[in-house]
Design a binder for this molecule. Structure first.
Ligand SMILES: [Cu+2]
Length: 151
């Protein structure tokens, strides 16, 4: 075993530690800040139907509650926040004036949703811009993919 052998070992150990260091830094996610929106989508409707709904998950990383005061879309006539509730076995939609997001709020089918009225989807667009409005905070633009409801 000459000096080359030890140099090789030293180099190997050095390389392994470099690789594991870079792997570690890749797998550890950077801390998220502000408001994060994931999985935003708009329900695709049959031709001629211009009312639909959008869904998404809004995560609040700010450390204090954030209030969503409304939603808008340039291409739609009217956009509201709704919540579907079952009252006496009847599904009923309730209008939400605001939604307080403590850590996370999901808009999903059968629950809270973004009600969209008067959206012409006949151009076959595969995504839409949705703007979220917050209390004492700049609004946030979200890209929502058009999706079949049963996908
Ligand atoms: Cu609704």
């Amino acid at each position: 075993m000459g000096p080359y052998f030890f140099r090789k070992i030293f180099l190997t150990i050095f390389l392994i530690s470099l690789i594991s260091l870079s792997l570690f830094s890749c797998s550890s996610e950077a801390p998220k800040e502000g408001i994060e929106v994931t999985d935003a989508w708009v329900r695709k409707m049959p031709p001629g139907v211009t009312n639909t709904a959008a869904f998404m998950t809004i995560k609040n990383h700010t450390g204090s509650p954030v209030t969503l005061t409304g939603v808008s879309m340039d291409k739609a006539g009217h956009v509201m926040m709704h919540e579907t509730k079952v009252v006496n076995d009847m599904a009923k939609m309730e209008h939400l004036g605001k939604v307080v997001i403590d850590k996370e709020v999901s808009f999903e089918p059968g629950a809270k949703h973004v009600m969209i009225m008067g959206l012409d989807m006949s151009d076959g667009a595969d995504r839409y811009n949705i703007r979220l409005h917050f209390e004492n905070k700049p609004s946030l633009d979200v890209t929502a993919q058009v999706r079949d409801a049963n996908q």
